[in-house]
Design a protein around this ligand. Sequence first.
Ligand code: HEM
Length: 320
Amino acid sequence: MAKQSLTFLFLLFTLLTTITESRLTPNFYSKTCPKFHDIIRDTITNKQITTPTTAAALLRLFFHDCFPNGCDASVLISSTPFNKAERDSSINLSLPGDGFDVIVRAKTALELSCPKTVSCSDIISVATRDLLVTVGGPYYTVFLGRRDSRISNSSSISADVLPLPSSPISKLIHQFEVRGFSVQEMVALSGAHSIGFSHCKEFSSRVTRQNSGYNPRFADALKKACANYPKDPTLSVFNDIMSPNVFDNKYYQNLPKGLGLLESDHGLFSDSRTRPFVELYGRDQDRFFKDFAVAMQKLSVYGVMTGRRGEIRRRCDAIN
Ligand code: HEM
């Protein structure tokens, strides 16, 4: 009997420790790194002022970190002679350097104030939210206490994991649904394309296609903008031509007019499962902001490691 009670107490203790350890909280660093939020805010403000493309760069980097295998900063790890890392997989090669750079800067400043305390995955989550706010997007609380991955393999990143603009809407819906995101949440998150740009490579085959769904004048403008592609593969176009640097609901208003840049953007309006949400967000920016904030908060805790799993990296681009 005494043995049974001891076993029960041990199991209860293990369960309670697991629950406590795995709980993320908004004030995780309030005692261990009180200047955590100030340091991130200073870093992102300086970076965004000098390089205004940073907000969009980091928003996409955050998505590419979280969506495949959880928010664990695995996308930041550099390749070594023995390991090709996620960031060198073909779909991630277009991730702009400024997204990586702002995290390196924040981590460097944080290591000086509170060494080996703050995870790179927490830095990405908070810096993404703060940068989103600087371009006019909604604020949401970021829960903290993530740990960083010790693994990053390019082979784990494929078209089955990260969405491609050429994928049919059914496939995109499936990719989000298997990760617990509804159709409505997928449409809300796609509103991230309210800022930033896409390279000609991502939409040029659509420009020349009959029944592309493009507004004819927009298609002509895109043909001109990409005329020198593929000689110059750096050529790119704003995702939201109406307000490229402001986070707002114009992205959704563009879609019915044939002004959606990527095939996947246009598909959200042409498919009857997603169209009602495109129309809703196009009409109601407050509703878009509310739903985007909730979905981003959900994405930011997707597949996270806490407690004793993972590690706190000293540098964000290498495992300890
Ligand atoms: C629904 C499926 C999605 C597809 C097919 C898709 C695809 C793409 C592609 C092809 C680009 C252009 C990349 C380049 O040429 O450099 C892009 C850019 C971008 N994507 Fe997505 N994306 C999707 C969802 C998302 C989500 C959920 C987010 C964030 C929550 C996001 C954030 C961004 C941002 C901010 C950019 C602009 C990046 C920059 O300016 O540097 N995307 N996306």
